[in-house]
Design a protein around this ligand. Structure first.
Ligand code: 5GP
Ligand code: ZN
Length: 116
């Protein structure tokens, strides 16, 4: 099953063809609020490139390191970098992956201070 390009919801969001409440973007990734937040802060970080799962990242591709750096920026933006947050990737059905375009979750219980 391939859902790259036109049918993939996260490709659509990354390309501005579907709406999302974006909190960060650069040439490699876009980050936006999860449509169904599991906690008061629930942000998804998505590569612009369609990569199906964590397993499918080419060995010479450093997108996951960049996603980690963006997660830190977002945690700082929401004031939870010091108090703490969760950063994780679900992989395949057994790992809870529902959307088959690589994405990382940044989840925190509450905003500590306004972002700066
Ligand atoms: P997964 O279980 O694949 O790791 O996480 C997929 C996440 O994407 C879920 O938390 C779900 O709420 C979120 N999601 C699915 N479709 C959309 C959408 O169209 N827009 C946004 N903002 N989030 C979505
Ligand atoms: Zn995609």
């Amino acid at each position: 099953m391939s859902n790259a390009g036109t049918d993939c919801i996260f490709c659509k969001i990354a390309q501005g063809r579907a709406p999302a409440d974006k909190v960060y973007e650069d040439e490699h990734v876009v980050a936006f609020w999860d449509a169904h937040p599991a906690r008061p802060i629930h942000i998804l970080i998505v590569p612009r490139e369609h990569i199906r799962t964590l397993n499918d990242i080419p060995s010479d591709n450093h997108i996951l390191a960049h996603i980690g750096q963006v997660a830190v920026k977002i945690a700082q933006q929401f004031g939870v970098a010091e108090s703490g947050y969760r950063f994780f990737v679900n992989v395949n059905r057994g790992g809870g992956q529902v959307v088959f375009h690589l994405h990382a979750h940044v989840i925190a219980k509450k905003e500590e201070t306004p972002g700066s």
